[in-house]
Design a protein around this ligand. Structure first.
Ligand SMILES: NC(=O)c1ccc[n+]([C@@H]2O[C@H](COP(=O)([O-])OP(=O)(O)OC[C@H]3O[C@@H](n4cnc5c(N)ncnc54)[C@H](O)[C@@H]3O)[C@@H](O)[C@H]2O)c1
Length: 307
């Protein structure tokens, strides 16, 4: 399969690229490297350092003629989106439209979109939230992802481009950027290994659904193969507080520093966990990495990196 992955030098995208390469697919990565790393891109992949808003993106499609387009490039921070909603929309709405237009023009057979379950549903009355939960984002980031999903549905109806939106919960694991504003596991792991106190925004009792990146990469392969269309939550259904993540990581790393507490951030939701029953039924996907094992492996990866 010829696969073009935008954002494929980033955290999730590079794991997906590796999973495709491992089974012999032909992989092309497009990434501006604004957050991604060149060394995360496997040697067998073709690489274009390019912004998805660059008109030259057409060349990558022309040369690759991808059967599957996996769109993972994005402005990924909720707080940046609150500060700079126009920038967020330029990349996450208009950028997505450019990628979808080229996918349709070059006859892609599948389009997978990295959407969000964590930021799309706002503060749902019922948890875990399934895909029928009203879409009421609390941030420009969530709003842009919802708008992009809407446009992609239109591309399906207008141009017949088959779309699969994977609505990820809070993804964690090796290669996550520990210096970003999102990705509490990576941020905490790096700080604790450096003997620094990580900052917890709010009282730390907010809960999230933490899903390991290996499970997310597997969901992407299943979505690529099953040719199922629609929107699917990709999460565990369990909520874990930020304080618990801090305590478990501190124990695993052997750190004794206390966290610092700061005011809650605008745009962050209080409680979210996702019902992934539709992904189980239609993609055959269920999460396989337990939080305990996933945090172990992630802490070990950051420790190797620090050492
Ligand atoms: N990490 C999560 O918990 C999570 C949850 C829900 C959805 N997502 C979505 O998954 C996708 C991947 O996120 P991630 O966590 O791997 O973040 P990431 O920052 O590691 O990956 C994003 C990649 O996109 C690249 N990029 C950013 N803007 C670009 C642009 N304009 N042109 C080309 N490349 C650009 C970055 O360099 C980076 O490599 C994003 O679409 C994100 O919104 C992530």
């Amino acid at each position: 399969m010829r696969v073009l992955i935008t954002g494929g030098a980033g955290f999730i995208g590079s794991h997906i690229a590796d999973a495709h390469l491992a089974r012999g697919d032909e992989v092309t990565v497009v990434d501006s490297l604004v957050a991604g790393r060149r060394e995360f891109v496997g040697a067998a992949a073709r690489f274009y350092q390019m912004d998805i808003r660059d008109p030259l993106l057409r060349d990558a499609f022309e040369r690759t003629r991808p059967q599957l387009v996996s769109h993972h490039a994005a402005q990924v921070s909720v707080s940046v989106s609150v500060r700079e909603p126009l920038l967020d929309a330029e990349i996450n709405v208009l950028g997505t439209l450019r990628v979808a237009a080229l996918a349709a023009e070059y006859g892609a057979e599948r389009f997978i979109f990295a959407s969000t379950g964590g930021a799309l549903y706002g503060e749902p009355e019922q948890l875990p939230a399934d895909e029928a939960t009203p879409i009421l984002p609390m941030s420009p980031y969530g709003c842009a992802k919802a708008a992009a999903e809407g446009y992609l549905g239109l591309y399906r109806r207008l141009h017949g481009l088959p779309i699969c939106c994977l609505r990820y919960a809070n993804v964690y694991g090796p290669r996550q950027d520990p210096h970003g504003e999102a990705g509490v596991v990576a941020i905490f792991a790096r700080a604790l290994l450096a003997g620094e106190s990580p900052t917890i925004f709010g009282d730390g009792e907010q809960t999230r659904d933490f899903v390991h990146v290996d499970d997310v990469a597997r969901a992407n392969l299943m979505a690529a193969d099953r040719r199922v269309e629609g929107a699917f939550n990709i999460g565990t259904g369990s909520g874990t507080s930020v304080n618990t993540i801090f305590r478990v990581l501190a124990r695993k790393i052997g750190a004794t520093v206390p966290p610092l507490y700061a005011s809650p951030r605008s745009g962050d939701v209080s409680h979210i966990r996702l019902d992934a029953g539709a992904a189980r039924r239609h993609l055959g996907w269920t999460p396989m990495v337990s939080l305990e094992d996933g945090l172990d492996a992630t802490a070990a990866w950051f420790a190797r990196k620090a050492g």
